[in-house]
Ligand binder design. Structure first.
Ligand SMILES: [Zn+2]
Length: 200
């Protein structure tokens, strides 16, 4: 069973994540690998991040102590300003129209009540490495940003200050889709950008 938790100090930034995300299996993620979906349609560009808590604050249990809650809130505040996470070319004239910042918490205690999720592991032979984490909690930062752009075709590169904002971060696996087609990138801190020339 999954539940979404939100931290009271940043209530204003918090919104519900969709039902589809609630069924996402947080414990299947790989620490050190954040996922980013970028979609361009018309003049709109959307960013959707799913990043293990380990990559952001260094832990994934539900923050309960003051110091842990402070770490989580500091991270949420950084996400509130997308300039900390990525940057778009100024000439594209993109304006943020919506953002949603939250945490999807997979509660470890539920595993002791029922063993449903062990059936899931059997179906995925390639996820052996996660078995050792069965008794741990997992969570993800789930963050959406939507922009409208005056000159969306001017987006030839997206840079990711994300890697310096969050020193625990690993790589970002980027799935990019536009009306031209789709492509993917693996981005790391030593080359923190993607080149989109000819892809929009
Ligand atoms: Zn995890």
């Amino acid at each position: 069973m999954k539940k979404n938790i939100y931290y009271s100090l940043l209530i204003s930034a918090m919104v519900s994540v969709s039902a589809a995300e609630e069924t996402r299996q947080v414990d299947k993620h790989e620490h050190g690998v954040g996922e980013l979906n970028i979609a361009i349609e018309g003049n709109a560009i959307d960013f959707e991040f799913f990043i293990p808590g380990a990559d952001i604050v260094g832990f994934e249990y539900e923050a309960k102590t003051e110091s842990d809650i402070a770490l989580v809130n500091a991270a949420l505040e950084k996400f509130e300003n997308f300039d900390n996470i990525f940057s778009l070319p100024e000439s594209s004239n993109c304006n943020l129209v919506n953002s949603e910042i939250g945490i999807n918490q997979d509660d470890d205690h539920d595993e002791h009540d029922d063993h449903d999720e062990h059936d899931d592991h059997d179906e995925h032979d390639d996820h052996d490495e996660h078995d050792e984490h069965d008794e741990e909690a997992h969570n993800e930062f789930v963050v959406h940003y939507s922009f409208n752009c005056g000159n969306i075709k001017e987006i030839d590169r997206i840079s990711f200050p994300y890697f310096t904002t969050f020193p625990n971060s690993g790589e970002l696996e980027v799935q990019f889709v536009s009306e031209i087609g789709s492509t993917s990138f693996e981005v790391e801190g030593d080359e923190p950008f993607i080149d989109l020339k000819g892809k929009i």
